[in-house]
Design a protein. Structure first.
Lengths: 232, 543
């Protein structure tokens, strides 16, 4: 049985709030590259997948920290990008793992923020493409040009999209309690929506539509919140 | 499509995996043509993915405001998967692919090959929640509809267990060991409480499990650290026998009212009738099966099923469809050779590397244990086959690697299949179809944490005639998939490895694929076996 170790918290790592959602994400510390995951007893464990232990040069460590900073800064938008090409959340997660590994393996410390972002979006696009070619061959795929346009739009709109995410929590609190509960159930990691619909005595379509309406409500709300921020 | 609502509905359909390819193309066209639609699409997705990332603030189960929702399933994927025939590779995609590669200045060939294998990349293991409260550890002569699905070593969640006859042993997480004899109906409430509606049980409750409680029709029993028996007679009365230590009895539904409390000590026995009246009776220790005696009984039962299996083993040696059969019986004169049988009963010798012999499905039978990275059995299977059926009895102890090998041909040659288990528990038949078209035929989530350490029967059928791949688990068909259009030609095995992979290809990462577990039987048929035959192999080989 794997030993469970608690994750130490340096100032850099504090930035990551570990939830079941980001389990499996990349983390770099002590010069090693780790996946965050939950242990048998529900505690946090780290699994080293690359990089050297402790005996690293200072410059190497700096490079790791730099990678982590850059990766974290763009991670959410990269996720969104991959999702926009694959639709499927589980598949996107698999691809993001691969993206993180590729980025780490081929990271060039001389890249500035903008070049890293462009490069990372390129890698994400390639990985999503390769994934679809292998795993979702029968699905209609967005053309290269559309993938390119979506990538560019996300990069251009990233600050707005991030504001929207920040406003989301406020907006969820404004939903009716039953809507909040429904979200809570439907967005549990690993939930099967068809199964959930059955448990609730609804058809899948009813559940999908209810969730859709909530998303639309939240879209409107976040827009209002952002507008209010701008004028306040 | 100018109507915003219709557009958003289209986006929803795409996300919810309901959209047809035409609708996906329609969305693509809208995204291509209009920057505003792109922003809208990304905002919709942004909300959707941010919701998934919101921290959990409430209980994980839908609350009372959702009409009596039961705990949510956690194992399956939230989104239906897209599966089906192949057929996607456009010139534009190739262009994009190569341009990205140039950008990265990496070895194109290598990455192309690697990226073809991306389909093999493993989903991360999900956080495992244990809903079990006990482990089923021994059985003898179990009969009854539901009992067919109970596996030794299986985790038992709260719920009803009902069977017609035979004995089983449950070890509760709280520490109590219960032997129950059918006909019985027992409802497990949690790790220290059961409702016994009918049947006869014997419980051994050591110090840490003190407080273990049994609710019977006429009495509630709370253990004070002991060994006791409880028998529900046909007339509705309940007998309680204390063999060691002490128990407390309360009137049923009295909510453990102290006024109704009685204590029984070692040697005491009472009968409590329907009205709650109790009278002392003679203790009959021998009628309640102890864990030790159940162990002896299950050994006897095992010897019988082992003998039945031996008859099956002998019959296979005359089966012309068998191209390789390894019963995994230890050869006393040379235990580094795995003796098997090929066509016409010819002997095939497998070379055992590293593996150690251990107990198999029955304590009287051997199996090979694969543990260390080098452990493997090398075999050669001659011949070419239109169709193949693989069958194995395996006990997987852990899925430590990206892939755990059952039977892998060397390298990954065209039409030389790989039979293996992915770390996410999927059973996979990987085939390199002609034209460099590798494909994984998978049955998802066959293994999870609660299936480790148990003997399982796995069968995969490659049926060229019907153009199907079928996976069976414990005799049941779990997945049927059409062969890819690129499939064709005869399959071969040739030089291959059981429980590991020899001559891995450079671009497969990571290369090591050793099995962590035991194999007790492996059969390769050069033809298609039908569901009934698969069920028979399971039935006769079931421990």
């Amino acid at each position: 049985m794997k030993a469970c170790t608690n994750l130490g918290r340096s100032s850099l790592e504090k930035a990551i709030a570990v939830t079941p959602e980001n389990e499996g994400d990349a983390l770099i510390k002590n010069g090693g590259f780790y996946w965050i995951s939950f242990g048998k007893c529900g505690n946090l464990v780290e699994r080293r997948v690359g990089g050297a232990y402790g005996s690293m040069q200072k410059s190497d460590r700096e490079q790791h920290d730099q990678f982590l900073r850059l990766f974290m800064e763009h991670e959410e938008m990269l996720r969104l990008f991959v999702r926009s090409l694959l639709f499927n959340m589980e598949e996107s997660r698999e691809v993001m793992q691969e993206v993180a590994i590729v980025l780490w393996r081929k990271f060039d410390g001389s890249l500035d923020n903008a070049s890293f972002r462009r490069w990372a979006f390129g890698v994400a696009r390639m990985e999503a493409l390769a994934f679809r070619r292998d795993r979702a061959r029968d699905r209609h795929l967005f053309g290269d040009d559309v993938a390119e346009l979506l990538g560019r739009t996300i990069q251009d709109e990233s600050s707005g999209l991030e504001c929207e995410r920040n406003a989301l929590e406020t907006c969820v609190r404004k939903l009716r309690p039953d809507q909040q509960d429904l979200l809570q159930s439907a967005y549990q990691p690993g939930v099967n929506l068809k199964g959930l619909a059955q448990k609730l005595g609804w058809t899948s379509m009813t559940l999908y539509k209810k969730l859709h309406r909530i998303r639309l409500q939240l879209m409107d709300c976040t827009q209002r919140e952002m507008a209010a921020e701008e004028y306040s | 499509m100018n109507n915003r609502n219709a557009r958003l509905e289209l986006m929803r359909r795409c996300l919810d995996a309901e959209a047809t390819n035409e609708e996906l193309a329609q969305l693509e066209e809208l995204l291509r043509a209009d920057a505003e639609v792109r922003r809208e699409y990304l905002r919709y997705l942004n909300i959707e993915s941010a919701l998934a990332a919101l921290p959990d603030k409430r209980e994980p189960v839908a609350g009372p405001r959702i009409h009596g929702a039961a705990p949510l399933p956690t194992r399956e994927s939230r989104w239906p998967r897209f599966l089906g025939p192949a057929g996607w590779l456009t010139a534009a995609a190739m262009l994009l692919f190569s341009s990205v590669l140039t950008l990265q200045t990496v070895n194109r060939e290598r990455d192309e090959a690697r990226s073809q294998m991306i389909g093999e990349i493993i989903a991360r293991p999900a956080a495992v929640r244990d809903r079990g409260v006990a482990v089923l550890t021994r059985t003898a002569g179990l009969q009854g509809a539901a009992s067919a699905n109970w596996q030794i070593g299986g985790t038992i969640p709260p719920g009803l267990m009902k069977w017609d006859s035979g004995l089983l042993q449950l070890e509760f997480y709280g520490g109590a060991t219960v032997v129950a004899e059918g006909p019985a109906e027992i409802e497990i409430l949690d790790e220290s409480r059961v409702v016994c509606k009918s049947g006869r049980i014997r419980a051994r409750v050591p110090e840490p499990a003190r407080g273990f409680a049994v609710v019977a029709p006429t009495v509630e029993l709370v253990d004070l650290g002991t060994d006791f028996g409880l028998d529900i007679l046909d007339n509705g009365s309940v007998e309680v026998h204390v063999f060691d230590g002490a128990v407390e009895l309360f009137d049923v539904e009295s909510n453990r009212d102290l006024a109704t409390r009685r204590q029984l000590n070692a040697g005491d026995a009472v009968s409590v009738d329907r009205d709650g009246a109790s009278k002392p009776i003679a203790s009959r220790n021998a009628d309640f099966v102890t864990p030790g005696r159940l162990n002896l009984m299950s050994d006897v039962h095992q010897q019988k099923t082992h003998r039945d299996w031996q008859a099956f083993r002998d019959s296979l040696q005359d089966d012309p469809r068998v191209v390789a059969y390894f019963p995994f019986e230890r050869n006393a004169s040379d235990d580094r050779v795995l003796t098997g049988y090929g066509r016409n009963g010819d002997v095939i010798e497998g070379a055992i590397v590293g593996c150690e012999w251990t107990h198999g499905r029955w304590s009287s039978k051997s199996s090979l244990q694969f543990k260390r990275p080098g452990d493997r059995v090398r075999i050669t299977v001659q011949g070419e086959f239109e169709s193949l059926t693989y069958s194995t009895w395996v006990r997987v102890d852990g899925l430590d690697r990206m892939h755990s090998s059952l039977l892998l041909t060397d390298g990954f040659r065209e039409n030389a299949p790989h039979w293996q288990i992915r770390r996410d528990g999927n059973l996979v038949l990987g085939v390199q179809h002609p034209g460099n078209n590798a494909f994984n035929y998978q049955a998802r989530s066959i293994f999870d944490a609660f299936r480790l350490g148990q003997w399982m029967h796995l069968v995969t059928v490659y049926d060229a005639g019907r153009s199907l791949v079928k996976h069976y688990v414990n005799g049941e068909l779990v997945r049927k998939q059409r062969l890819k259009s690129s499939a064709g030609g005869l399959l071969e095995i040739g030089n291959a490895t059981i429980g590991n992979w020899s001559e891995p290809e450079q671009h497969h990462q990571p290369g090591i694929r050793n099995l962590n577990g035991c194999i007790d039987e492996l059969i390769v048929f050069g033809e298609v076996l039908d569901g009934e035959e698969v069920r028979h192999i399971h039935e006769v080989g079931r421990p």
